[in-house]
Design a protein around this ligand. Structure first.
Ligand code: NAD
Ligand code: TYD
Length: 352
């Protein structure tokens, strides 16, 4: 039986992971530490919040006193570290929070784990959940990122995640801490905050607002259904080798404009509007430092841990679009308040 501290479990991937883990490992203890920033939302966890094995704690990963108390009180043996500032566009307009949480927060967590696990010879594990964006941008014909690809982050977000990856690695090498890092490609699925491409397209289409596509829309991302990321993390927690890095991805590369068109077409069928939704597509000024292409080579996790994604893109995007159609209230809640200000700041000038 594991005793897991999940950080950032009220966010998109974290809340999907909490649900996944409680379903597949009902006897494990799961403590979710989350600061509930704009991206954290307890509505994401309504269906599991009363589970006996689950506990939510409102707090900051940078609060060493709180984190140490939790480690001791809950006898934590596994950390699954999601908590982060995660949106590239926000990192361009306000990088400071990214350094605070992604770098200093990860450092604070590592310090507590080092202190408490130093005397512990049980199978402790610090799983650091990171991104493929640390590797920088690929050219159109480059092979996908392997775990040996050199780091070349281009945004304050990816630079802060790269810094945290290096800290995690150093704690493994220097202190013998029980660390593993995963670098995953773009996730999509239920509960993703509608500042990210896929839910933003769905939400804007449904309210008849312009759908902003940066630059020429030819940038490429490699999309993985969030549950497949969760099963990849499960494989790493259960079978991953300490000190190793695992890339997780679904070999599913798409140009942004193709994904946007696909979502519009499917919405036309599921929820027809007055005119085809594609008429809302608006090309806007590009994101500064916009990485051209990400693609993950997940051969290592597939061959050494036996993981593979269970969802193809067709079924994953179908489930995702239907989830957003069935959960419009959730979407309206998270798009009220701070989101409106953010949207105006990011897109006001761009879409007029
Ligand atoms: P998210 O922005 O949806 O959620 C982040 C969560 O962290 C929120 O619940 C927020 O309240 C919490 N948080 C932020 N600062 C905190 C702090 N100081 N202390 C405690 N909690 C704090 O992010 P996400 O998309 O779910 O991503 C989760 C992790 O996975 C991140 O580390 C991200 O870098 C990584 N990742 C994301 C993707 C993706 O496509 N979304 C892909 C690969 C890796
Ligand atoms: P995003 O979901 O922000 O993820 P990331 O930048 O971490 O890959 O963006 C995915 C792609 O979609 C990226 O190439 C930027 C582009 N994009 C748009 O064209 N318009 C938008 O409004 C957003 C949010 C993203």
């Amino acid at each position: 039986m594991r005793r897991i501290l999940v950080t950032g479990g009220a966010g998109f991937i974290g809340s999907n992971f909490v649900r996944y883990w409680l379903k597949h490992h009902p006897r494990d203890r799961l403590v979710n530490l989350d600061l509930l920033t704009y991206a954290g939302n307890l509505e994401n966890l309504r269906d599991v919040e009363s589970r006996e094995q689950y506990r939510f704690v409102h707090g900051d990963i940078s609060d060493g006193v709180l984190v140490e108390h939790l480690f001791r009180e809950e006898e934590i043996d596994t950390v699954v570290h999601f908590a982060a500032e995660s949106h590239v566009d926000r990192s361009i307009t306000g990088p400071s929070a990214f350094i605070d949480t992604n770098v200093m927060g990860t450092f604070a967590l590592l310090e507590v784990a080092r202190k408490i696990w130093a005397t512990d010879d049980t199978a402790c594990r610090f799983l650091h959940v990171s991104t493929d964006e640390v590797y920088g941008s690929l050219g159109p014909n480059d092979p996908p990122f392997t775990e040996r690809h050199s780091y070349a982050p281009n945004s304050p977000y990816s630079a802060s995640k790269a810094a945290s990856d290096h800290l995690v690695r150093a704690y493994g090498e220097t202190y013998g801490m029980q660390v593993i890092t995963t670098n995953c490609s773009n996730n999509y699925g239920p509960f993703q905050f509608p500042e990210k491409l896929i839910p933003l397209v769905i939400a804007n289409a449904l309210e008849g607002s312009p759908i902003p596509v940066y630059g020429d829309g030819k940038n490429i991302r490699d999309w993985l259904y969030v549950d497949d990321h969760c099963s990849g993390l499960e494989a790493v927690i259960e079978k991953g080798r300490l000190g190793e890095v695992y890339n997780i991805g679904g070999s599913n590369e798409w140009c942004n404009i193709d994904i946007v068109q696909l979502i519009c077409q499917r919405l036309d069928e599921l929820q027809p509007g007055k005119a085809p939704y594609a008429g809302l597509i608006t090309f806007v000024s590009d994101r500064p430092g916009h990485d051209l292409r990400y693609a993950i080579d997940s051969d290592k996790i597939q061959t050494t841990l036996g993981w593979s994604p269970a969802h193809d893109f067709q079924s994953g995007i179908e489930q995702t679009i239907k989830w957003y159609l069935e959960n419009r209230e959730w979407c309206e809640h998270v798009r009220s308040g701070e989101y409106r200000q953010y949207y105006e700041q990011q897109y006001g000038q761009r879409v007029g």
